[in-house]
Every structure is written in C-alpha cells, then in structure tokens.
Design a protein around this ligand. Structure first.
Ligand SMILES: Cc1cc2nc3c(=O)[nH]c(=O)nc-3n(C[C@H](O)[C@H](O)[C@H](O)COP(=O)(O)OP(=O)(O)OC[C@H]3O[C@@H](n4cnc5c(N)ncnc54)[C@H](O)[C@@H]3O)c2cc1C
Length: 451
C-alpha cells in the first residue's frame, strides 16, 4: 500500500496535497458516528483528486498494487459504507464540487460528485429556473454517494428513487479506464442499462466522476396535513387507502407515538406540542384548486380510518410549522442522547399490505427486550426506519439492539420485503443481503477475471 501511495504521489507530484496521511483525516474518513458499523481499521491514506484523469491515474496504480479504493462523498451513509476494513485509499471528491451545466430547457443538470443536493436546489431556486432535484436524503449527502446508494427520502412516493433521475454517468473503472454510460436524452433503449447497474453499487463497480441528472418542475403550491391516529394499523391503512385512491401525494410520512413524544421532549418545535400518537404527515402539491380537492379527499379517507383530528396548512408559515416535527425528528433524538448512548438507525421495506404488521411486531420486540426504539416511515413506499438508542456502558444493551435489528430484517425478508429500502448494504447488511437474495445471486455479483 505504501508503494502505491508513493507512486501516486510521484505521478501526481504537480497536484498540491493530492494524498494525506494525517491521523485526523484518516479517522474522519474511515470512522462514522452515524453508522451502524464501527470498525477499528482505517484507510492508510486519503486522496484528493481534482478531475477524472487524476482519479483514473490513482485507480490504475491502486489496481496494479491491489489496493482497495473507498470513494467518499458526503459521508452520511449509515451502514459502514465508507469504512476501510482492509486499509486502502479513501478517495474524497471535495475539490470536485462544480455544477458543470444547467440545461433549463432540457430539464437536466451536469454535476461533479461532490455537489450537495441542498446546494444544487438552492442554486436552481436562486436562478428562478422553476426546477428542482427531488431526492432528499441527509442534508449533507452529495451526488456521488447518493447515486451509489440509490438514495431516496420523503419524496420517493411521488418521484421515485435516485435510479429514476440519472441520465448518464462518467465512471472510472477499477483498472483506471474511463467510460460514459450514455448521451443526454431523457430516455434511451440503446444497449445494457449501465446506469441501473452503477446506481446503488456503493462504489464496488467504479467511481462516478460526473453525472447528468433529470430535474423536476417545482409544484405551483404545497400544503401539509398532520393527522394523528389511535393505532399504527389505522395510520398505515389510511396512508395505503389514500395511495390506492390515486391521490398524487408528494409525500406521506409516519411517526410513531414514541417519536412524537421525543419531538415534544426535544423542544426544537416549541411552543408547539404534538399529540403523542401514531401520526401521518402528508405533503400535497398542485394548483390551488387541486390542493383544495386533495385536502378534502385525504380528510375524508383519514376520518374513515378513525383519525381524531386533521390539521392542514393554509400558508407557507403553517406548512413549515406542521412539517417541522418530521424535519426535527432525528435531531430531537440526537439532542436527548445521554453520555455513553449510541444510536442505530436502520431501514427495511415490505409490500404495503405488510407494513403495519412489521412495524407493530418490531415495536413489540423492542419493548420486550427493554430497549429504546422509535419508528418513522416513508409509508407510501412500505419503507420504515427504526431508531434504537442503546447505552454502551450497560452490558448487553448493544447485543439487544443487534437482536432487534437482525429480527426486523429477517421479518421483512419473510414478508417478501427487503433488508434496506434506501440506506443500502455497506458493511452492516452484508449477511442480510445474502439472506434476501440467496447465495446464487451473491455469486453472480462477485468479481470474476473473465466471463
Ligand atoms: C440525518 C440523516 C438522514 C438520512 N435520511 C435519508 C433518507 O431520507 N433517505 C435516504 O435514502 N438516505 C438517508 N440517509 C442516508 C444517506 O444520507 C444516504 O445514503 C446518502 O445517499 C449518502 O450520500 P453521501 O454523499 O453521504 O455518501 P457517502 O456516505 O460518502 O458514500 C456512500 C457510498 O457511496 C460510495 N460513493 C461515494 N461517492 C462515490 C462516487 N463518486 N463514486 C462511486 N461511489 C461513491 C461510498 O464508497 C459509499 O459506499 C440519511 C442519513 C442521515 C445521517
């Protein structure tokens, strides 16, 4: 590995600070506080390329010396994706953060991997394009990592996942060769769907150095509705009913009673106090007339599932207020953490008809194990997250958290679901992936010298 590093430093000697072996830098890239998996190995260097050619040179040298490369964009992935179990070179694209081209008429944008989606949307807004990029994972996530995890978020029920928004990719392969997956039309049936293959491949098939992404039109108006229910089953069946009626909601999110209590206790949305019940958050989008009709239809459906209350926003200020509980949910959890407590944030997805069953079963198991867990879900997609807080100073707590996660994943797979709806496999879900797809499929994914 050291030989590879000195060869990279020699070949790219004209590039300032191309490699770093600073201890803090290694730790920042190899260790993630967010992650379910915390390994005690680190990369042995961090590379800071400025363009595709430099990435190609680094890949060629690492390939020659059989040194692993771990691409690093926003570092917000949750399953040990950026960990370095075999050392190797972490590759940070921080200097490749340019929005290369905005093609307003074509409704697409060409970006480098280190562009943050939040910055992209701010720029599109400032330019008054009337366009936006609809994926919304962690605010710190960047395009390279978002492509590689096939991320999504609250908007997926309406806009789909990252895979649906990629037009083309420029990718450096393991041996340093560079390919572009296709040209710039919004659709194409030419050849294999290489975009589909690279999206979600978590850096295992190549390094994304540039991407063309589709953009969506900003809806004319939004409204937000908040609806508490007596049970998870009532809330989930109301959400499913709304979707089955074809009401084009922009988002429908669930937070359980524990998560609602945590938002109240966290105090970040004060003076507002929320009902501590399973609650649905709807985001509705469209023209004024469409919105009024949607609000009435959603209200009618939620009432038929026993909702006690239906609050909707009349203006932007109320929208922000009503959505604030959803927005602040994770930060409230973090704010209430005590010394020695860690958080395990993981996701699964199941067919819609099984969602309420798996949420209830997972909550019951967490209660019987005596661990603190709360649930929130992108219920429109059958996807939910369990946030478990465990005390590292108490013997056995980590093992209990592990049991709860393992059983939740097993349950999801038994219900014909998946071990992850949006966070990806990383290190944390490797065994789960095999359980889900079987050893034959895993074998098909393994690298081969030649086919
Ligand atoms: C507070 C919080 C909220 C979140 N909410 C959501 C959510 O709602 N929806 C959701 O989907 N996710 C969510 N996530 C998870 C996370 O934000 C996403 O997985 C995101 O897509 C990761 O992007 P990143 O830039 O941080 O990637 P990183 O963590 O830097 O990398 C992720 C993976 O991509 C690889 N990679 C990075 N860059 C490249 C590249 N250029 N080429 C090839 N491979 C690359 C890495 O090696 C790694 O395997 C959340 C995380 C947090 C902390």
């Amino acid at each position: 590995m050291k030989q590879a590093i000195s060869e990279i430093e020699h070949e790219l000697r004209d590039v300032e600070d191309i490699m770093s072996t600073d201890d803090e830098d290694l730790k920042m890239h190899g260790f993630s506080e967010w992650s379910s998996v915390k390994l005690d190995t680190l990369p042995i260097a961090v590379a800071y390329p400025r363009n595709t050619e430099q990435i190609s040179a680094i890949a060629r040298i690492c390939h020659k010396w059989k040194v692993p490369i771990i691409p690093y964009s926003g570092g917000s992935s949750l399953e040990g994706h950026t960990a370095a179990p075999f050392g190797g070179v972490s590759m940070d694209f921080v200097y490749m953060d340019r929005i290369v081209q905005i093609n307003e008429d074509d409704m697409d944008v060409v970006v480098q991997p280190s562009v943050q989606w939040v910055d992209l949307n701010e720029k599109l807004k400032r330019m008054k394009t009337g366009l936006f990029f609809p994926m919304d994972p962690a605010p710190s996530a960047k395009i390279g990592g978002m492509i590689s995890t096939n991320c999504s978020g609250t908007n997926a029920v309406h806009y789909g996942t990252m895979r649906d928004w990629v037009v083309n990719l420029t990718v450096v392969l393991a041996d340093g060769s560079v390919i572009k997956t296709r040209q710039r039309p919004r659709k194409s049936s030419a050849g294999y769907n290489l975009n589909g293959l690279f999206v979600g491949s978590e850096g295992t098939l190549g390094i994304v150095t540039e991407a063309t992404l589709k953009l969506a039109v900003v809806p004319e108006n939004y409204s937000v509705a908040v609806v508490p229910f007596n049970t998870i089953h009532d809330a989930v069946s109301a959400a499913t009913h709304v979707i089955r009626k074809g009401i084009p909601v922009a988002a429908v999110e669930l937070m359980d009673e524990t998560q609602m209590r945590i938002v109240n206790e966290g105090g970040t949305t004060r003076p507002r106090v929320w009902k501590e019940k399973p609650t649905l958050f709807f985001k509705l989008a469209g023209s004024k007339v469409m919105l009024d009709e949607m609000i009435q239809r959603v209200k009618g459906i939620t009432e038929s599932h026993g909702s006690e209350d239906f609050e909707f926003a009349r203006d932007e200020r109320e929208q922000t207020l009503l959505w604030s509980a959803r927005k602040e949910s994770l930060y409230s959890l973090l704010a209430l953490r005590k010394d020695g407590e860690e958080m395990w944030n993981t996701d699964v997805a199941v067919p819609l008809s099984r969602l309420a069953d798996i949420i209830v079963a997972s909550k019951e198991e967490a209660a019987s194990l005596g661990i603190n867990a709360c649930v929130k879900g992108h219920v429109g997609d059958g996807n939910f997250h369990e946030n478990i807080t465990y005390d590292t100073t108490k013997p056995g707590e980590f093992e209990k958290a592990k049991t709860a996660v393992k059983n939740m994943v097993r349950r999801a797979i038994e219900m014909e679901g998946t071990c992850t709806g949006e966070h990806g496999i990383g290190f944390g879900k490797k065994e789960a992936l095999e359980l889900e797809v079987g050893s034959g499929t895993i074998l098909f994914m393994e690298p081969r010298e030649s086919v």
